[in-house]
Design a protein around this ligand. Structure first.
Ligand code: PMP
Length: 449
């Protein structure tokens, strides 16, 4: 088996996600034979450094010995069992630990099997909570400009990235979209905190106007990842929590991408010292091994559904693979690694190295901003540095960086004209250096004309 033979078979039967399949007429699809640590290896023996944690899921490297051993043990006991009327130890233990590590007040865990499904659950629970509390007029959701919450119809509706959303607009529920706190747009000399605070006025205004009909505000805390890794100050979250309380609206925090240490703290919410009413988790939840998601919520919400059956107040949402035992066991093994290896503390050193290694990018005549929160660094490429005029999307500059990096053994997957790194936490200083060097050379190459 070679790259070529597998790629040919792949392209004759498969349809890949988030891909214009015709692109593969000119660029190869890469079949991976095995992976270890931060490295992927294809069938021709080429290696690729996974600088984006395989779509932001992997935390402790591929083929992590600790997670592998846990899964090998689990598979001999229980792989999957119906999760209504039945339960199992990994699901119980993981829920106990999630209650312990998530912000105070989040005492209940509802499992689903991917990020979008978790968002659907949170939206439905919020709506249903108000309905069970005789507030059926609350039917709307407030969302931020440039937000992303997944691809299923509910999750897509509360997102705001036109590239994914626009085509399906006629199918989507109407939401209230508020201009965001994205600090890329701050005035020169204005601090992140000042800009985010200033932008909060628009949210406050919207809440004041619409609270009566609104179930919840949904937000990605600190980093809008799929929206080009745009970042904002924690002050926005503190203000939002207070306003949601004031106007009697739920706060749904989508930590699917940023949870489990990506922003420097275990959860991004910690940086604003807030507890949401719902927290959506997925991706890193299993260390990047298996699909699983969880919606953490409060006892107050839970109690609104807890009633005699004939009142028909139960939350009847379900997925066949809810609380899959292998996935839960991987989640437990991943949390063990956080505890055993003092990961959050060690990541401070990695984040500092990432900062040093990308500091010079800003001197490039077509780099408008280098921004970082914790273990996420993003580099914004522009046509005109002064006016921040972007490169036309049709030029696909980011794709050129991607293609260049692959030839040098690094997997970057730019978002439009934004190059970013979000590596697994087991990366070494030397490997970080490789990413930074290849990214810089790739930028030079992609922007040379
Ligand atoms: N929310 C956020 C913030 C995400 O980044 C993503 C995935 N990139 C999702 C939700 C959707 O998760 P999934 O792809 O597992 O459906």
């Amino acid at each position: 088996m070679s790259n070529q033979s597998l790629s040919k078979r792949d392209l004759s039967v498969l349809w890949h996600p988030c891909t214009q399949m015709k692109d593969h007429e000119s660029s190869a699809i890469i079949p991976i034979k095995k992976a270890y640590g931060v490295w992927l290896e294809d069938f021709d023996g080429n290696r690729y450094l996974d600088a984006i944690s395989s779509w932001w899921v992997n935390l402790f490297g591929h083929a992590n010995p600790h997670i592998n051993a846990a899964l090998k043990d689990q598979i001999d006991h229980l792989e999957q069992v119906i999760f209504a009327g039945f339960s199992h130890e990994p699901a119980i233990k993981l829920a106990e630990q999630l209650v312990a590590v998530t912000p105070p007040g989040l005492k209940r865990c509802f499992y689903a099997d991917n990020g979008s499904a978790a968002v659907e659950v949170a939206l439905k629970m919020s709506f249903h909570y108000w309905r069970n509390n005789n507030q059926a007029q609350k039917t709307k959701f407030i969302t931020l400009e440039n937000s992303y919450h997944g691809e299923t119809l509910g999750a897509l509706a509360v997102g705001n990235v036109a590239l994914y959303k626009e085509t399906y607009a006629p199918l989507l529920m109407e939401v209230i979209t508020v201009p965001g706190p994205d600090c890329y747009h701050r005035e020169s000399g204005e601090s992140w905190a000042d800009y985010s605070t200033r932008r909060f006025a628009l949210m406050e205004q919207t809440l004041q106007q619409h609270a009566e009909s609104v179930c919840a505000v949904i937000i990605e805390p600190l980093v809008q990842c799929a929206g080009n890794m745009r970042m904002y100050d924690p002050i926005y979250l503190s203000l939002l929590r207070a306003a949601c309380d004031k106007y009697q609206v739920h706060l749904i925090v989508d930590e699917i991408a940023v949870g489990f240490g990506r922003t420097g703290t275990l959860f991004a919410c910690e940086q604003a010292a807030i507890s949401p009413d719902f927290m959506c988790l997925s991706k890193g939840l299993t260390g990047g091994y298996l699909p699983l998601s969880a919606v953490m919520t409060t006892n107050k919400i839970y109690q609104a559904f807890y009633d005699d059956y004939h009142k028909l107040n139960a939350f009847l949402h379900s997925h066949s693979y809810t609380g899959n035992a292998l996935a839960c066991r991987a989640g437990l093994a991943s949390l063990e690694l956080f505890q055993q290896n003092n990961v959050i503390e060690n990541n401070k050193r990695l984040a500092a190295i990432m900062k040093t290694m990308t500091a010079h990018f800003i001197e490039h005549p077509h780099v408008a901003e280098v921004r970082q929160i914790g273990m996420i660094v993003a580099i914004e490429l522009v046509k005109n540095k002064l006016s921040k005029e972007p490169y036309p999307w049709q030029e696909r500059r980011g794709l050129k960086v991607y293609q260049y990096a692959l030839t040098k053994g690094v997997l970057l997957r730019p978002l439009g004209n934004v190059i970013y790194f979000m590596p697994p936490y087991v990366i070494s200083e030397e490997e970080l250096y490789i990413i930074a060097k290849v990214a810089f050379d790739g930028i030079q190459w992609a922007l040379k004309d």
